[in-house]
Ligand binder design. Structure first.
Ligand code: GCV
Length: 695
């Protein structure tokens, strides 16, 4: 049910097959009395028209007044404007509702069976509309509906690492950029469909361009891209393009943001410094921001990667990150804009894990109110598994956002199935003890304005949007989990499968089961089971970057050597464990109490260190073999669906699983050989080093 040749993702709205259910839906939804005020309500009406036509098998009748001659109807609008809604919802309920919240309720009104969708804002009602359609697509009953929903997280943003004018996407595995910057401000229908997908899961902000706004200064970097870099978006003629996109997203309740280069006063202006304490720099940012707001009056703000991986920053002028951020924040403040300032810095330290805490913790309380420090979920870089970042519990006086990666840079990219919702859930639920027992990570960035979650988006120009059909579940799950971090993974998965692949119980069970097993499989063959990480190829701009196994390349990340494996991050090593609060720090300090899944992240242990009757090296061998079997099993289960889902999607995923299986074997064989070569310990099952029989 998207409007062009692209895949519908979860907005398919397939016809409800069960006649009784369809008839109960028709009673309440075949006639729609929906308010016409406001752009978001226009989107809601259009979505209802498309969605109900698909689900009910005929276009709904959209009324301009309450229908009197029918058995029931759906009403979408404000309480004060519609008698049917007043009959269903108290004024006090609306008054206490969050701006983006909504109420869905069944009600009998003038002898008619009605459904109402209402809220205190148009945006809330748009979210309520999507909730209703999701409910119908999952074949849930509507006769006694009573749902009151509010977002638990204020800022729910996607970050695009798209390179404007180059059309490429850094760490993008779904083709070129969805945004055609050369043709903008011409609008493609696809932008609207993308905005619908985002709104349907409650995303309310989008950063349009890559945080790397300048050509990376490294050997082999493509010279042709000079002059086509992200910082150029601040130029007037390009702001018209931003304005066009913002117009589309605004109607769907999504605010637009830009990544900017710290040295923009030099690059895009004519200053010879970007020193944050220089008056001319301050004035330049103020003027530039004024110009942006002329184009996009509800502009969300900027995202900045500073002093990191070759991007300029305040260190270039001997200023700290708070001084660096505050100059941009002051420029944004009068317009209600926000500055997202990334905490992803490393460089001078031997163990990069410790650096962002050391850089930012001393600055707590020094950032202006409209600054949000954006922290990756872990201290390294979106690995299949890492501990949570210690910064979350170290900055109580600062607005924080958690950065997740929806795109699968280190978890098989566009080829492997790896469902990230369980991993994100684990991060959100981790008890930091920051404020005593029961201070999960999610509590440190939820609730307040200016706090939230940013997800590095996996969308590209591929017809299926995300490269791998199953990766659509990561985008969907991201939005749903961020809206409400208390939702359980099973609920999110079930919703996605039903909307995407239909309600056949075998299909639902199989697809949900495959998703459920996918992250553990990746953990097995990359050995994240014991906390190893970053054993991937890591060379410049080549295709296999962060995809193929290459454990010899960066021994510092895993510490594999003759005497053992793992990295000492305790007090006798880099000290990362000590950045946690007690008793978490204490637990991590000792290999006896450190959770298995992080053991080798925190400890360098002998290969034959005892693990409840087995050894580290044997456990690693076993994990690699088990990972391959887990992929084989997922592939076989998927293959059972051949006649149950459409050929196109079936084949696409089946072929991806074949490729994943081959690649998991490559991981297994590379890693077990590496472990064997260094440990010189035989595999007790005789499978290592691998030979052709390994299969
Ligand atoms: C946008 C890692 C990735 C880079 C990314 C960087 C970041 O290093 O490999 O592609 O750059 O993180 O998050 O800034």
């Amino acid at each position: 049910m998207l409007t062009d040749e692209y895949d519908d993702c979860w907005l398919r709205y397939d016809r409800v097959g069960d006649a009784e259910l369809r008839s109960s839906y028709r009673t309440r939804c075949a006639h729609v009395f929906a308010s016409t005020e406001g752009p978001e309500l226009g989107v809601a009406r259009e979505e209802l028209r498309m969605g109900l036509e698909g689900l009910l098998g005929r276009e709904p009748h959209l009324w301009m007044h309450p229908p009197r001659t029918v058995d029931g109807f759906l009403a979408v609008g404000r309480r004060e404007r519609m008698a049917v809604i007043r009959a269903a919802v108290d004024e006090a309920e609306i008054e206490s509702l969050h701006d983006e919240g909504y109420i869905l309720r069944s009600v009998e009104w003038e002898d008619k069976d009605c459904l109402v969708v209402t809220g205190s804002t148009d945006k809330g009602m748009l979210y309520g509309t999507y909730h209703l359609l999701r409910h119908l697509a999952a074949h849930r009953p509507v006769d006694d509906l009573d749902i009151v929903e509010e977002p638990r997280t204020e800022e729910r943003i996607v970050n695009h690492w798209d390179n404007p004018f180059r059309a490429s996407v850094e760490r993008g595995y779904a083709g070129m950029s969805i945004f055609d910057w050369e043709r903008l401000p011409d609008i493609r229908p696809r932008y609207r469909d993308y905005a619908r997908l985002l709104a349907s899961v409650g995303v309310n902000g989008i950063v349009l361009n890559n945080v790397n706004t300048q050509k990376p200064d490294r050997p082999g970097a493509n010279e042709a891209i000079a002059g086509k870099e992200g910082w150029q978006l601040l130029r007037s003629k390009n702001l018209e393009k931003v304005e066009a996109l913002a117009t589309v997203f605004r109607r769907h309740g999504v605010r637009t943001y830009l990544s900017v280069n710290y040295a923009a006063p030099i690059l895009a202006g004519d200053l010879d410094t970007a020193d944050p304490l220089d008056a001319a720099v301050e004035a330049w940012w103020a003027d530039t921001v004024d110009e942006v707001y002329k184009h996009v009056p509800d502009f969300g703000g900027f995202l900045v990667k500073a002093d990191s991986e070759g991007q300029p920053g305040p260190y270039d002028y001997d200023r700290n990150h708070a001084a660096g951020a505050n100059v941009l924040a002051r420029a944004l403040e009068p317009h209600g804009g926000r500055l997202y300032w990334r905490a992803f810095v490393y460089g001078s330290h031997e163990d990069r894990a410790v650096q962002s805490y050391e850089t930012f913790e001393p600055l707590d309380g020094e950032f202006r109110d409209n600054v949000t420090v954006q922290i990756k979920n872990g201290p390294i870089d979106f690995q299949p598994r890492e501990p949570v970042s210690t910064l979350f519990s170290a900055m109580p006086e600062t607005n924080l956002a958690c950065e997740l990666q929806i795109t699968q840079e280190y978890t098989g990219q566009g080829v492997h199935a790896c469902y990230h919702v369980p991993q994100w859930k684990e991060v959100f639920e981790f008890d930091t003890r920051a404020d005593g027992e029961g201070t999960p990570v999610k509590n440190l960035f939820m609730h307040d304005e200016g706090e939230g979650v940013a997800g590095v988006c996996n969308v590209g120009d591929d017809p299926n949007w995300t490269g791998h059909y199953l990766a659509q579940a990561n985008l969907y799950g991201y939005g749903r989990l961020v809206w409400n971090p208390d939702l359980d993974t099973e609920t999110i998965t079930d919703e996605w499968v039903r909307q995407t692949f239909g309600n056949d119980p075998t299909v639902v069970e199989t697809v949900a089961g495959v998703l459920h097993d996918s992250w553990p499989a990746v953990l097995d063959y990359t050995t994240g089971r014991l906390g190893l990480m970053h054993m991937m190829y890591n060379q410049g701009d080549v295709l296999e970057n962060h995809y193929n196994p290459s454990p010899e390349e960066w021994p510092g990340y895993h510490g594999g050597a003759e005497d053992g494996i793992g990295v000492d991050r305790t007090a006798s090593g880099s000290g990362y464990a000590g950045q946690f609060r007690d008793p978490v720090a204490e637990r991590y300090e000792s290999p006896e109490t450190c959770p298995r899944e992080l053991l080798l992240f925190f400890h360098h242990l002998p290969w034959e260190y005892d693990l409840d009757g087995t050894t580290v090296v044997q456990r690693l061998y076993d994990n690699c073999f088990e990972g391959v079997e887990a992929v084989r099993d997922m592939r076989d289960r998927w293959n059972e669906l051949e006649d149950a889902i459409d050929e196109k999607r079936y084949r696409h995923v089946a072929e991806r699983f074949d490729e994943q299986l081959d690649h998991a074997k490559l991981w297994r064989d590379t890693l077990v050989s590496f472990f064997h070569d260094h440990a010189d310990v035989p595999d007790e099952r005789g499978r290592v080093p691998p030979d052709d029989r390994a299969g």
